[in-house]
Design a protein around this ligand. Structure first.
Ligand SMILES: [Zn+2]
Length: 141
């Protein structure tokens, strides 16, 4: 597992344990600009819980964290049959499945969905991944 994936998992566990506020309810504010926060930003993947809530555009502006040591976000090397979860989440959003709705349906954090959408987490755990793929098939017209 890459440092990035480990850091990402540590954040979702901390949210589940109540150590970090869950995002997606619009109550947590971006530390950079004061907009509603969309995700937790790492500055160093070797310090997995050293995170700050940021909105999507500030997260993009901040760029990648230190000690990434994993699959490159830019190159996105995947097996040919693997799913592009980033695109999948965007597609579902277009069909009315916003991040909080997905998080509620699948019992995961909105930050997890957000990390998929921003490419911070390239692959979710299997049950969530399978559920997202299934939902995409069900909502396809
Ligand atoms: Zn911001």
């Amino acid at each position: 597992m890459s440092n990035q994936a480990r850091a990402c998992r540590a954040v979702s566990l901390a949210i589940r344990r109540g150590e970090l506020p869950a995002l997606g309810d619009g109550k947590t504010i971006c530390v950079d600009c004061g907009a509603v926060a969309a995700c937790y930003d790492h500055r160093d993947y070797l310090r997995p819980l050293d995170v700050e809530p940021v909105c999507r555009s500030c997260n993009n502006k901040r760029g990648p964290a230190k000690n990434h040591n994993g699959p490159s976000i830019v190159k996105k090397v995947r097996a040919p049959d693997s799913v592009d979860f980033q695109q999948l989440v965007i597609t579902l959003r277009e069909r009315g499945w916003a991040q909080p709705r997905l998080a509620r349906k699948f019992g995961c954090s909105a930050a997890m969905i957000s990390n998929l959408k921003t490419g911070k987490c390239i692959e979710p755990r299997y049950p969530l991944g399978a559920a997202l793929v299934k939902l995409e098939k069900e909502t396809r017209k």
